[in-house]
Design a protein. Structure first.
Length: 132
């Protein structure tokens, strides 16, 4: 039996702000909601057996219209989360990202290195297949 996995990047979220919602609670913008509805239309002909998402609200909201049309629940898994870079939303964030890319084994305190992200994502197919 052959299976197909579709990976979807979340639609446009509310930008991060120092005093705004944390990474798990940032929702979609109105544009993002429209993008999620368009995505559902694009995926309407699929017949999936499972819908999995990271636990981020913006990711779940991106998949909700499609999951509703398929009458499937959305299963969240924290291993599908984005990179925990530890980089704060400051004006000089690009410099910090460049530093992380230049030294993929280095991580900020309490964060994940790009090497750790690579290792986690390398097991992504096993995570997705486990729920099948």
């Amino acid at each position: 039996m052959r299976s197909t996995i579709f990976l979807v990047r979340h639609a446009q979220p509310v930008p991060p702000t120092p005093n705004g919602p944390d990474e798990y609670r940032r929702s979609l913008t109105e544009t993002g909601r429209a993008q999620a509805n368009q995505l559902a239309g694009s995926l309407a002909d699929l017949d999936p057996s499972v819908v999995k998402s990271s636990p981020y609200l913006r990711a779940v909201q991106t998949l909700e219209p499609a999951a509703q049309q398929w009458n499937l629940p959305i299963h969240t898994d924290p291993r599908l989360r984005e990179w925990n870079s530890g980089i704060e939303p400051t004006p000089d964030y690009a410099r910090h990202y460049a530093q992380s890319w230049a030294h993929p084994q280095w991580a900020r305190p309490g964060a994940e290195s790009l090497l750790e992200l690579t290792e986690r994502c390398g097991g992504l197919s096993a995570i997705l297949w486990a729920g099948r």
